[in-house]
Design a protein around this ligand. Structure first.
Ligand SMILES: Cc1ncc(COP(=O)(O)O)c(C=O)c1O
Length: 393
């Protein structure tokens, strides 16, 4: 658990926060890169009758290397503090558990990350009688209508990570606050560089740090950011009891990734803009899903909440599912893979079922992540594979 220090608060721009929050040269012998505290135990200098004389006790509770990553994330999100976890799913489940009790009801945006929805629908639903109502989230009155007396949480993902649906964060937060309901948002797509939900009144921001925050496809990691009392509660309850804290080596890699987040995101956004323009004007593309594109459905929300885009987008084409799969298999620079946010370009056909269809997911949706390769190489790769697909009849 780390809270921002006075020194951290002196850094106000994302670039400076990413580069320097957590630097404590005097503490770490002048090391420009702080060391990894790769230890489970911190011994105490004196026996003080059960009162710990050292700030640190045991690395399941806290660790100096983990705290550096936490302070950077807290500063970026405009939070009092942050907690790092072994995976995005550990941050997500801890945030959800903070708000629910047996018998609670959750309003859940139906385009949220699949395993987060599974946790609510199947795990909490079947074992702890937690009920839920799925909503598209595109209209606040729909969310309001889904609220019940036993609702304790509204779970959002905005933009979502397949069709990039957005919710009106200010309106949802106001609605929830007036009724004493908690709010949690998965902000992984936007990153805190492009959207800071706490400023709009949302209670907890969760991240998979396995994507842009880490940025190098070498860690699975998660984080959440919130105001002080929420952080303190999740620290002593969900994180210490479930043991989901981030490993120090993972935290060290995450801190290294965050240092270059602003320049990496700029490049992802610049290359993705060119790829999106190419796809949007291509006769074989039926519909492009990309918040930064001209044809994006929720332009007003995009302009209100996001200050930029990243490298993730999706599209539908003409042709059968066999032809769509052949297109993806014919790409050379885009590897086939389900993650995103790393240096590498990826492509995948998103799995579909009737329920996801009802919440806006089209069949045969191709999602691509535009990595840090040369954008002309990527466009040429798409061009040669698109030759396999038919044009509109
Ligand atoms: C939007 C989103 N949220 C959360 C997660 C889960 O994160 P992790 O894989 O780090 O547990 C993912 C993983 O793909 C994701 O795409």
């Amino acid at each position: 658990m780390a809270f921002l220090t006075e020194a951290d608060r002196k850094y106000t721009t994302p670039e400076d926060i990413c580069a320097h929050v957590g630097d404590e040269y005097a503490r770490f012998s002048g090391a420009i890169v702080p060391p990894i505290y790769q230890n489970s135990l911190f011994v105490q200098p004196t026996d003080v009758n059960g009162i710990d004389a050292n700030d640190y006790i045991y690395s399941r509770v806290s660790n100096p290397t983990v705290e550096i990553a936490e302070r950077k994330i807290a500063a970026l999100e405009g939070a009092d503090g942050a907690l790092c976890f072994s995976a995005g799913m550990s941050a997500i489940t801890s945030a959800i558990l903070h708000f629910v009790r047996a018998g609670s009801h959750i309003v859940l945006v139906g385009t949220s990350y699949g395993p987060a929805m599974n946790f609510i629908k199947n795990y909490l639903g079947k074992r702890f009688a937690v009920t839920h109502t799925l909503v598209t989230g595109s209209d606040v009155s729909e969310i309001e209508a889904a609220i019940r007396p036993e609702t304790t949480l509204i779970y959002l993902e905005s933009p979502s990570s397949c069709v990039f649906m957005m919710q009106d964060l200010k309106a949802v937060a106001a609605l929830a606050k007036a009724r004493g309901i908690g709010t949690c948002i998965d902000n992984s797509y936007a990153t805190p560089l492009h959207q800071q939900p706490l400023k709009h009144g949302i209670d907890i921001v969760v991240h998979t740090a396995s994507k842009y925050l880490g940025g190098h496809s070498d860690i699975v990691a998660g984080a959440l950011a919130a105001r002080r009392e929420i952080i303190e509660s999740i620290q002593v309850n969900e994180r210490e009891l479930l043991g989901g804290i981030m490993d120090p080596h993972q935290a060290w890699l995450l801190t290294r990734g965050i240092r270059t987040l602003p320049v990496r995101l700029k490049q992802h956004a610049e290359s993705a803009r060119k790829v999106a323009e190419y796809l949007e004007n291509h006769p074989k593309i039926k519909k492009l899903y990309y918040p930064g594109s001209k044809s994006y459905d929720q332009k007003a929300l995009f302009e209100q909440y996001l200050s930029g885009c990243n490298g993730l987008m999706s599209f539908t084409t003409y042709g059968s599912s066999e032809q769509v799969n052949a297109f993806v298999n014919h790409l050379h620079c885009f590897q086939r893979g389900c993650s995103w946010g790393g240096f590498e370009s990826l492509a995948i056909v998103i799995g579909w079922n009737e329920e996801s269809g009802r919440y806006g997911l089209p069949q045969n949706l191709i999602r691509i992540h535009v990595g840090l390769e040369n954008e002309d190489t990527l466009i040429a790769d798409l061009e040669q594979a698109l030759a396999l697909l038919p044009e509109a009849e």
